[in-house]
Design a protein around this ligand. Sequence first.
Ligand code: LMR
Length: 332
Amino acid sequence: MKRVRSLPIIILTILSSLFSLAAYADESGPIVIRFSHVSNDGSPKGKGALLLQKLVKERLGDKVVIEVHGNSELFNDTDGLEALRRNEIQLMAPSLSKFRAYTDELQIFDLPFLFDDLAAVDKFQSRPKGRQLLLSMVKQGIVGLAYWHNGMKQLSANKPLTTPEEAAGLNFRIQNSDVLKAQFAAIKANSVVLPYSAMSKALADGQVQGAENPWANFDEQNLQSVQPYLTETNHGVLDYMLVTNSEFWYDIPFEIRSQLEGIIAEVTYQVNQTAAGETLRHRENIANSGKTEIISLSDEQRAAWRQSMQPVWQEFSDQIGKRLIRSAQAAN
Ligand code: LMR
């Protein structure tokens, strides 16, 4: 009985969703997706955004248009995420350190010396625990669509840093992350939270004397001109989560959304496949610039940095979750 009575409702629902699909794609014109980010076109994220725009134009041109706004032209990451929640923009790829206001768990990616290399990061992100984290902000209206790699972070400063003691008292520019703040406090250095777009000037003006960046960002921001020393610490990772507004995303008709998700998977593959090569290319640019000396650490020297930053794990293990940390370690 119950089933028979609800049948017309089911038919109505199917008809109305078919109607809304047609209306969305045809009558209201293409769906416009504004992709806002803080990087240059030549960076891993900038290239990913442009490839996404190109493939969507080629395959879904009459139904979807991606507008790309790079270089913090619209928003920095913190303001951008709030704009995304208000659906003023629909795509972003902030670094994983930028989600502090929305979830505790993503802080895992900031723990110093957690991942041995980018391959381990990739493995963790691909496993069920890593995939689950893409949905860790759904209650806040943010859904993760993919992880995009940039690379492992290196420390730079206005003086050579071989031991953690040499960093004491320096001001380092950091992203807005409690873990990163604790990381620098552990080596008795200070941290100053600044948007990406303000980093280069703050280093030039002397507001901060050091920073932590993957090779690509150091080179793309031309930090060679303001940081004479870079220590190859590989102490952390800077990767991205491609995110969208969940209500907007699930309102896109199923067929179009599936095609978009297919294209995103292709772009993600491309961005992540080329990350290691891009890192090498940027490292070479920096080495060849003749402006920044690259300092390599012996195993013992690197172990000393690791040991001095290790207390940070203890401090954040309850917030992040011990099991999650163990599963990340298992990816090494
Ligand atoms: C940063 O603020 O350092 C990074 O988030 C920049 C980036 O690559 O997005």
